[in-house]
Design a protein around this ligand. Structure first.
Ligand SMILES: [Fe+2]
Length: 167
């Protein structure tokens, strides 16, 4: 795994674990070992997929499946897309890793708004695609409100924003 993807993945794992612990203190029953392993491996298919044009989450899911990490398959596979039904459903390990990934730009912890602004700048080539990204942003914003509705902290809480800056 290239160094920059490794650094990104470690930061995503830090965010997901931080939120997972808080969620579990507030009534959720997330398997934090799954959250951590899923976050560390969520982009395992990225560099190969860039070369072949495959969808990196599908390739990554296939890779972790081949390695025998069956419980990680849905976490890796579902870390990109989000639909309204998932937002309405329970907060699972997959949902948490997906959300944590949207809070990490490269290896920097940012707000959802900043992450999506960056996505629009990098990938928003047509008005239609920008509109699609904005719709995704609204969906993740709803998920964020749901996650933080369980917790006593703000999404940009200092403890969360500074995770991993003092290793
Ligand atoms: Fe990814």
């Amino acid at each position: 795994m290239p160094e920059h993807i490794r650094r990104h993945s470690h930061r995503v794992a830090a965010v997901a674990l931080y939120l997972g612990r808080l969620l579990n203190e507030n009534g959720c029953r997330l398997d934090l070992r799954l959250v951590e392993a899923g976050a560390l491996l969520h982009d395992v298919g990225k560099s190969q997929a860039l070369a072949t044009g495959e969808r990196h989450e599908m390739l990554g899911a296939e890779i972790v499946g081949r390695w025998g990490y069956r419980p990680l398959v849905p976490i890796v596979r579902d870390h990109v897309h989000l639909d309204p039904a998932t937002v309405r459903g329970p907060i699972t390990e997959s949902v948490l890793v997906n959300y944590a990934d949207k809070r990490v730009k490269h290896d920097e912890i940012v707000s959802l708004a900043e992450r999506f602004r960056d996505l629009v700048e990098r990938y928003g080539r047509t008005p239609k695609h920008i509109e699609w990204l904005e719709e995704k942003y609204r969906l993740f914003d709803r998920l964020e409100k749901k996650i933080f509705g369980h917790l006593g902290i703000h999404p940009q809480e200092v403890g969360l924003m500074s995770l991993g800056t003092n290793p």
